[in-house]
Design a protein around this ligand. Structure first.
Ligand code: GUN
Ligand code: FE
Length: 454
């Protein structure tokens, strides 16, 4: 009887710190029946050869081929699952108009469970095929369809954190797309939490309910207060949009004479398990409040280029102790790939640092110290996401789960430009970050089980 459920052999990349990666060249990764990385063994370790001899030739042994590498599975901290149906379209108007013209009409269709199933099956499979092993989802206001999304994550093996969206203000939301009233919104949320916590018991990887006020403009004070109480009662995750655009930020200022962060905090919605999307307009007091409460940020760089009227200062917020991960924000962001968002995070940060307005002099254009490296953006998509959710995910490290993507740099339809068999491994890493396409993602594993292969 072999001791481990799986033994993998190959080279892995994982973040050592927000700035630095660690390269584990030709290591052994020992995965136990719970899908956890129980032991990582270096080639020079005395146990290495005996273990190899025991496992080689068995079904439990997996050796990477030449040109293949392990990366941690990605953690997408902000996805609107229903909006997958309009991804790549509807990006021509500002946030407020976009919501009313395209997004609320689309989301209202998820009262139809057949339609919901089609879209949700596809978005979960697509994210897995893009290397996303954990996703923090907004569903819609519909309790049944939201539960269906959690069930689909459970079945396909993705670690889904799912929110039934609350939009309980009759003044602010369309008549055909909102909660019936505030008591119904809260009752539906509570039933949803209980149902997902029950569903989680039958999964290996876990699925989680998330308290989800869409954003302050869509909710009443009573609704927000009630949601804060439910999050505390059931100790759940919380997600919302925070200080995203000029319009959203200004709306909250007009209503409460404070910024989103303090308003959300007043309603009990900033907790260690809170993840706030965007958060571009946080001032230093808001950032300190995030750090004190353990609230994390889902940075959505592609979406921000369209809707935010701003670039988030990642490096500054991190320096104040706030945890940040990456979000695709489908469909405000058009791409289901966190590789694409890693790339945009780096490019946006450089535009913030260097400035883009040629009518200003070079020294007046940008914000010094803003740029982040590709290694830092990789941290955001992996370990930063894991830290944001306080789960042992996003790193290839002992006592973390085996959530990985196997990247094939020699895949014939998307070969990476590596011409030297002894190419420096940090260069290989950078090429993967910039050039990997879904074709290169050979296999995806969640909690020790294979959930995608091509
Ligand atoms: N603010 C409120 N709802 C949304 C949404 O669906 N997407 C984005 N990007 N911002 C929002
Ligand atoms: Fe969003």
């Amino acid at each position: 009887m072999n001791q481990y459920m799986h033994l993998f052999q190959g080279t892995a990349f994982s973040s050592k710190s927000p700035k630095e990666i660690q390269i584990l060249k030709d290591y052994l990764f020992c995965i136990n029946t719970d899908g956890m990385i129980e032991k990582i063994i270096a080639p020079e370790d005395a146990d290495y050869q005996p273990l190899l001899d025991t496992y080689q030739g068995t079904n439990n042994f997996h050796q990477l081929a030449e040109g293949q590498y392990f990366l941690p599975g990605f953690v997408d901290l902000h996805v609107h699952a229903p909006q997958w149906a309009q991804s790549g379209t509807a990006l021509d108007i500002p946030l407020y108009d976009w919501l009313n013209t395209y997004t609320f009409p689309l989301e209202s269709k998820f009262s139809d469970l057949d339609f919901a199933k089609k879209v949700y099956d596809d978005v979960v499979s697509t994210l897995l095929a893009n290397g996303t092993t954990t996703a923090l989802y907004f569903a819609t206001v519909h309790k049944e369809a939201s539960l269906l999304l959690a069930e689909i994550c459970a079945t396909k093996g993705q670690r889904g954190l799912v929110g039934k969206v609350v939009m309980d203000d009759p003044e602010q939301n369309p008549e055909n797309y909102r909660d019936a009233d505030t008591p119904t919104a809260l009752a539906d949320t509570e039933e949803f939490i209980i149902a997902v916590q029950e569903l989680a018991k039958s999964t290996k990887q876990g699925v989680y309910p998330v308290v989800t006020p869409r954003f302050i403009p869509s909710c009443t004070d009573e609704g927000l207060q009630g949601l804060g109480a439910l999050a505390a009662k059931y100790d759940t995750y919380v997600q919302s949009h925070c200080s995203e655009s000029d319009w959203a930020h200004g709306y909250v200022q007009d209503r409460y004479n404070k910024n989103d962060a303090f308003a959300l905090h007043d309603f009990g919605l900033l907790r260690d398990k809170s993840v706030m999307a965007h958060s571009n307009f946080l001032d230093d007091q808001d950032v300190d409040l995030f750090a004190q409460t353990g609230t994390a940020i889902a940075h959505c760089p592609i979406s921000n280029a369209y809707f935010a009227n701003s670039v988030i200062p990642v490096a500054h917020f991190q320096s104040k102790g706030v945890e940040i991960g990456l979000g695709s924000d489908i469909s405000g962001g058009f791409s289901p790939s966190l590789f694409d968002n890693i790339r945009q995070a780096v490019m946006s940060s450089r535009m913030l640092e260097d400035g883009v307005n040629p009518s200003l002099s070079a020294q007046d254009r940008g914000v010094p110290g803003s740029r982040i490296t590709i290694h830092e953006a990789f941290y955001l998509a992996t370990a930063g996401g894991g830290e944001s959710l306080s789960l042992p995910i996003g790193r290839i490290q002992e006592n973390y789960v085996w959530d990985v993507q196997i990247i094939d740099t020699k895949c014939p339809s998307a070969k990476l430009p590596i011409f030297n068999d002894n190419e420096d491994l940090d260069d290989v890493f950078q090429k993967m970050m910039y050039l990997v396409r879904p074709e290169n993602i050979r296999e995806v594993w969640v909690q020790g089980d294979k959930v995608h292969s091509r």
